[in-house]
Design a protein around this ligand. Structure first.
Ligand SMILES: NC(=O)c1ccc[n+]([C@@H]2O[C@H](COP(=O)([O-])OP(=O)(O)OC[C@H]3O[C@@H](n4cnc5c(N)ncnc54)[C@H](O)[C@@H]3O)[C@@H](O)[C@H]2O)c1
Ligand SMILES: O=S(=O)(O)c1ccc(CO)cc1
Length: 478
């Protein structure tokens, strides 16, 4: 089997060891062997990016537009094929995989447009005879470190703005999903990104990622992943005063009030908590439900879950694909045992499932009787596991929703304008959803959270400029 190499300084390089990319729906299916960069190759990639930076920073906006637009067009044209690769390596269903690839293509198109919309300010000075200009310049070499759960969308929403604003990139994808990352690198390379401007270094976080975070020529790090890794990266970046942007975990609440439309509530709950196998930072893992609707809501969710098909991600009709790997599956099962030992009641699922192929199949799990202090109510599980907390009224629901160290996405289902408006104002989260699932975001508006979920400027949309550029103020005396 061929090895998929790294892209460093415009050259495809094997070297070092290789890592098999394994299909979580079928553990006997090896998708390919992917090169694993060592520390020396990580250093080479950073050096190549550094060398390419002065010319790319000053490159014409037409060149940058053309490259990003071309990459976006190819991604969109190949969304079925790339979506199948994504679903095969990560385990989300084929429609979800295709949807994610389309999102990546649209992100490249959006940032191609942003290249043409680059702007600054010209202001009068408070002193006579002076003009002031405020402009944005690229930051330098940017290290991008991404997780496994969005193998192409998260890389896209970091790489596209980084390149659009004139930065050079060293990109390290998660070890579990190198296939989509490699395909994206190949597309960018063929779209005409100059040598060294974009570098792919597949490899271990503790090796390649560590070099990137510590290297003084990497001016900024954008990371999405777990809280533990994010904290460690922030500490190292702070030591050398590098710019940092972190997107980490969530424990997103969905509040359901007595006056909610039951079918909307059930739909938001099932989509938000269990689709993509619950492996989304925006997934709802806490349903906070007032007493008057509690029993009907639980019954409705159980009925919907019973109708969902858990199977091979690529099979037509599958609603929920496998858990991504054995270690995540162990974590999910461990939390299901923790929930039981905490005296929450497992009212649906949580069982390993046998299918035609050897895969990590788990039925969606629903707990009731959860309370705010339980570990299943406080810690991110990152799987198809959610729990219901019964509350007396809206005021208690809001307090419970905000009682978390995280603050990514927060949802309410209600027909009361008063409660919806109050919730929108008082939910302590970066993204608020009214009568919509906590997961399911647009690609052209800011994405990010508060408290332990995020650090640094927002990703996506024109707000991305805050991280990927640095502001210069120029005073011109007449
Ligand atoms: N808030 C968001 O936008 C968002 C989006 C998706 C996923 N996530 C979070 O991501 C997590 C799941 O992803 P994961 O398991 O891949 O996370 P992870 O932290 O284990 O890994 C993320 C990336 O960091 C790298 N890494 C690991 N150790 C490193 C080190 N010492 N130095 C530098 N890089 C290192 C990994 O190789 C990987 O590329 C969940 O907690 C989820 O909530 C957050
Ligand atoms: O909430 S979702 O729309 O599913 C979503 C899409 C992409 C990302 C990347 O971080 C997160 C959530």
């Amino acid at each position: 089997m061929n090895v998929f190499p790294n892209l460093i300084g415009g050259q495809w390089l094997e070297g070092g060891s290789v890592n098999p990319n394994i299909n979580p729906s079928n553990l006997d299916d090896v998708i390919g062997q992917y090169a694993q960069a060592d520390a020396a190759q990580a250093h080479s990639a950073i050096a190549a990016a550094r060398a390419a930076f002065p010319a790319w920073a000053l490159s014409g906006i037409q060149q940058r537009f053309d490259i990003l637009d071309k990459a976006g067009s190819e991604i969109l044209a190949r969304k079925e094929e790339l979506g199948a690769l994504l679903s095969r390596e990560e385990g989300k269903t084929l429609p979800e995989g295709i949807g994610e690839v389309a999102r990546a293509g649209q992100i490249f198109k959006f940032f191609a447009g942003e290249v043409l919309r680059l702007s600054g300010d010209k202001l009068p000075s408070v002193r006579p005879g002076i003009d002031v200009e405020v402009t944005r310049e690229p930051v330098g070499v940017i290290g991008l470190i991404t997780p496994w759960n969005f193998p192409i969308a998260i890389p896209a929403w970091k790489i596209a703005p980084a390149l659009a604003y004139g930065n050079c990139v060293v990109f390290k994808p998660a070890e579990l999903v190198p296939g989509s990352a490699w395909a994206l690198a190949d597309i960018l390379h063929r779209a005409g990104v100059p040598a060294g401007v974009f570098n792919l270094v597949m490899g271990r976080g503790s090796v390649v990622g560590d070099v990137m975070v510590r290297h003084r020529d990497v001016s900024a790090i954008s990371f999405t992943g777990s809280v533990g890794t994010g904290r460690a990266i922030a500490a190292l970046a702070a030591e050398r005063l590098a710019k940092v942007q972190l997107e980490m975990g969530g424990k997103n609440p969905l509040v359901v009030l007595d006056d909610a439309d039951l079918s909307v509530a059930v739909n938001c709950a099932v989509q938000g908590a269990y689709f993509s196998t619950g492996q989304r930072c925006t997934a709802s893992s806490r349903f906070i439900v007032t007493s008057g609707i509690h029993d009907r809501f639980v019954q409705g969710v159980k009925e919907r879950l019973a109708a969902l098909k858990v199977d091979d991600a690529l099979l037509e009709g599958t609603d929920i694909g496998p858990v991504v790997d054995a270690s995540q599956l162990d974590q999910d099962l461990r939390y299901i045992e923790i929930g039981k030992s905490e005296d929450a009641e497992l009212v649906f699922g949580g069982e390993l499932l046998q299918r035609r192929t050897r895969g990590h199949f788990l039925s969606p799990a629903l707990f009731t009787g959860a309370t705010a202090g339980m570990r299943i109510s406080r810690e991110e599980i990152f799987g198809p596991v959610a729990s219901v907390q019964r509350v007396a009224d809206y005021e208690e629901a809001l307090a419970v929703a905000n009682d978390t160290e995280f603050g990514l996405s927060s949802g309410v289902v209600t027909t009361s304008l008063k409660h919806a408006s109050h919730f929108k104002r008082h939910a302590q989260a970066g993204m608020v959803m009214v009568n919509a699932p906590t997961a399911g975001v647009d690609y052209h508006v800011p994405f990010g959270g508060r408290k332990g979920s995020s650090l640094g400027p927002r990703e996506q949309g024109r707000y991305a400029a805050e991280f990927y550029t640095t502001v210069k103020t120029t005073y011109i005396a007449a």
